[in-house]
Write a protein that binds this ligand. Structure first.
Ligand code: ZN
Length: 438
């Protein structure tokens, strides 16, 4: 090859290489941002920041809600003789399987039965449970057995005494505040022998703990099909009831009566299953997780949005139970926002990667944006980032890089702060004014 031709080619390549991969960046200081006084949108926004739509479908930052992993542990309440519930070996296997089965349901949202002929979108729930040991106890596996004659029996007619009281959680709760405690209780055996006793599987759910009744009793009950095969009502059966109570813990209400805060969950006769007797339960059988039915495997966009709003809300009990991976930087979780019209982002968001505001794009942010440690916001030339009563910060006491503008002599990206907007937790010290992007 002619060496004379090679030299200009080399310069050309170097020029392109430099242009493509080394865009000079400039991190903006507080003095370089524009502060606008004037009307604050705070009053209208207070409710908007928690509106479910910003968390289920209508979000520009994430295509779908971020996957939330809820830390849980499992407590078996047994009598002192150990005859009321599972033995420890079987119990451990049951607990693990129960969490597995519950996660199967969370990961497979299904179309709603009601209203009949509906076209309610089927969105992924993006919620998982994780059995979480107590790190301060060596060998702990997050599964516990308690032998207590006073707190282990459930009696339908005396529910308020030990069912709703939370006494089990107060005495035996582990990882309180950070781990959601699941208690498995059984019916009082003497009551069950009475023909008038209502042996109904029951449960209760609060943000710190949930309780379900009858997992051991059900595991000893068998279903025999037409071929004569038998199957016990094991963890697959109780996982539905567990998820219903977890739905309460995550902020959902029953849907069959009254308004549960969602327009896409119709009131219904709360049928357990199809009856084929000419009554309303011939057709109007719900399969929603928050009704009492044999399916409990459907969640609507509003229900998903409401749970994720609670997971996103700073300081909420639901958020405190999450595995805090929302603060860990993930370079693959970056997002480019680009558009001709102003993009308005509401709600509270956890950003695990870098956020880029595209060329000549205007983005208006409300509420809160939490940036993972080491992440940054990048402004392409001509872009404008408006913070309208918006706080940007790191939610885990760490530092994020801050807002950087790509160098542009004519039209550098700008930041405008309105109302009570703040930018906190940025790496500011010891940084050169201009950084070269590798
Ligand atoms: Zn309920």
């Amino acid at each position: 090859m002619n060496s004379k031709l090679n030299i200009p080619l080399l310069f050309l390549l170097l020029f392109f290489f430099h242009g493509a991969c080394r865009a000079p960046l400039h991190y903006l200081s507080a003095e370089e941002m524009h502060y606008e006084e004037g009307k604050s949108g705070k009053t209208t926004l207070a409710g908007q920041c928690r509106y479910w739509k910003h968390y289920a479908t209508d979000t520009l930052i994430h295509d779908q809600p971020p996957l939330r992993t809820v830390r849980v542990n499992v407590h078996f309440m047994n009598n002192r003789a150990g005859t009321l519930s599972f033995g420890e070996e079987e119990g451990r296997a049951y607990a693990r399987d129960l969490i597995y089965q519950a996660n199967m349901l969370w990961s497979r949202n299904t179309p709603m039965n009601l209203p009949l002929g509906n076209h309610t979108p089927v969105l992924p729930a993006r919620i998982r449970l994780e059995l979480t040991p107590d790190p301060s106890k060596p060998g702990d596996d997050g599964i516990y057995f308690h032998y207590d004659d006073s707190l282990s029996y459930y009696n339908f007619y005396e529910q308020s005494k030990i069912f709703y009281s939370g006494k089990q959680f107060k005495r035996y709760g582990t990882g309180k505040g950070k781990v959601l405690n699941i208690f498995l209780m059984e019916h009082f055996p003497d009551s069950m022998r009475s023909p008038t006793y209502r042996k109904r599987n029951n449960g209760v759910g609060f943000p710190d703990w949930v309780m379900v009744i009858g997992s051991y009793t059900e595991s000893r009950r068998y279903l025999v099909n037409e071929q004569g095969d038998s199957m016990s009502f094991g963890s697959w059966f109780m996982a539905r009831l567990l998820n219903h109570e977890l739905g309460h813990a995550f902020g959902l209400h029953h849907t069959w009566r009254g308004f549960d805060g969602c327009d896409d969950t119709p009131r219904n006769p709360n049928c357990w299953n199809y009856t084929h007797n000419g009554g309303p339960c011939d057709s109007l059988v719900s399969n929603n997780m928050m009704d009492y039915n044999t399916y409990q495997n459907a969640l609507t966009p509003c229900q998903i949005g409401r749970m994720h709003a609670n997971f996103a809300l700073a300081g909420s009990k639901q958020r405190a139970k999450l595995r805090p991976d929302y603060c860990r930087y993930d370079s693959s979780a970056g997002r480019l926002l680009y558009g001709k019209d102003t993009l308005v982002i509401e709600g509270q968001h956890d950003m695990r990667g870098d956020l880029t505001i595209g060329r000549n794009t205007v983005v208006r942010l409300h509420c809160e944006l939490r940036m993972a440690a080491g992440s940054r916001i990048l402004l392409e030339p001509g872009s404008v980032l408006i913070l309208d009563n918006c706080k940007i910060y790191n939610a885990c006491g760490e530092k994020w890089k801050g807002i950087a503008a790509m160098k542009s002599r004519k039209n550098p990206g700008r930041v405008i702060l309105k109302g009570e907007s703040r930018i906190l937790d940025t790496e500011e010290t010891d940084r050169p004014a201009v950084e070269e992007e590798p």
